[in-house]
Ligand binder design. Sequence first.
Ligand SMILES: NCCC[C@H](N)C(=O)O
Ligand SMILES: NC(=O)OP(=O)(O)O
Length: 307
Amino acid sequence: MDSLKGRNLLSMADLTSTELHGLLALAAQLKDGTKRPKCLNKVLGLVFSKASTRTRVSFSVAMYQLGGQVLDLNAGVTQIGRGEPTADTARVLDRYLDIVAIRTFAQSEIEEFAEYASIPVINALTDLEHPCQILADLLTLKEAFGTLENLTMSYLGDGNNVAHSLMLGCALAGVHIRVATPDGYAPNPTVVKQAIELSQGRSEVIITTDPKAAVEASHALYTDVWASMGEEAEAESRIPKFQPYQINQAMLDLANEQAIVLHCLPAHRGEEITHDVMESSQSRIWDQAENRLHAQKALLAAILSAA
Ligand SMILES: NCCC[C@H](N)C(=O)O
Ligand SMILES: NC(=O)OP(=O)(O)O
């Protein structure tokens, strides 16, 4: 994984297909204990301006298990929250930290941070993308089917950050991706175009408003909240428009009989997914959450050149 040494992960599209497959293989080796790389004395900063359970804890535990240290640098406990410019913060944190993971609103903020910092910058979620999530999702899919070949992933709901990185990740991994959203909530067309280019004809990228067509014979049904962080004011009004895109038993019955169910969490039971489907034997949601740890440990080890 030498090619990832010192690199940023601002977008899923920053990885090549080979690098993505390499990271997934490394994550599996870290999970089964066949590899135990060390990043002794390295310090990861977590600069988070939005809430997080999984990303914060999985990055922290991954870094501790690699022998490194973590600093929580929330906007609320730093001068970032009082308006210190990104370019200034980046140049200062650059002098202290070895690597930084940032969760914020605009993608341009992490791009600006990366421009002013020489240390690697990881996107821990922006309004546009959530690449670390998709590393774990693809690892979970591969574990369930033993391969990523000839598989179809179906995402139902909002064409949001998770949908964007999922399209790019599936395109790179050679997994067919179908995204079904209500009218007006389709993924960003620039990202769709990028996914089609990255797929290089290996796999299909289908965008539709028809949820049933999207899940037919699919191997994985994936959903996320209907209103993301920052969109809370729209949450109530979106419910009727998004109802036909709920992952419930009737929807699951249309998929391949071995299909798995994924959700990046936190979930709103009764909205984008039913309680029964979340708790069903086809749900891999808890494995998926666990895999955040293994996938991000692989990412940190590769970027810090420990594996
Ligand atoms: N925990 C991941 C949350 C993903 C969601 N689309 C959001 O941005 O709020
Ligand atoms: N899936 C995910 O990113 O979870 P958190 O928001 O809890 O980090």
